[in-house]
Unconditional design. Structure first.
Length: 129
């Protein structure tokens, strides 16, 4: 993946795959920004891991993961950070069973491992969106 322009311009995958127009989260210009890309990456990885765990248990339940990423100013006013909240639901399973699978997925998902230990990242099972 390559970025040569910060949040003004484009970023792309070298092999000719994905190419995205970028924009700063501080303006209303058309384009995507780092928090959207992080949210897509995290929601995809976590849900794929949940689906893998369900399949390994012989289950065909569907699942959904939503990730909300807020671009926040540091309390001291210098710099920014991302507040990342993931919520996940597995259809057709009792909540406690769903919660255990989601917790296991959080421990196995590579993106989740990358974010582990951050005070501004959370993953929670929910019964409804």
């Amino acid at each position: 993946m390559v970025n040569e322009t910060g949040v003004n311009g484009e970023a792309f995958v070298k092999n000719g795959g994905l190419n995205v127009k970028l924009s700063s989260p501080l303006n209303k210009e058309e384009g995507t920004n780092p928090e959207e890309l992080l949210g897509l990456s995290f929601s995809t990885c976590l849900n794929a891991t949940i689906q893998s765990l369900l399949k390994a248990r012989g289950k065909e339940n569907t699942s959904r993961v939503e990730v909300h990423v807020d671009f926040m100013r540091e309390p001291n006013g210098i710099g920014y950070f991302f507040n990342v909240e993931a919520v996940a639901k597995i259809d057709g399973l009792p909540f406690e069973e769903s919660k255990k699978i989601i917790e296991e997925a959080e421990n196995r998902c590579p993106v989740s491992k990358l974010l582990a230990g951050s005070k501004t990242v959370s993953v929670n099972a929910v019964e409804e969106f």
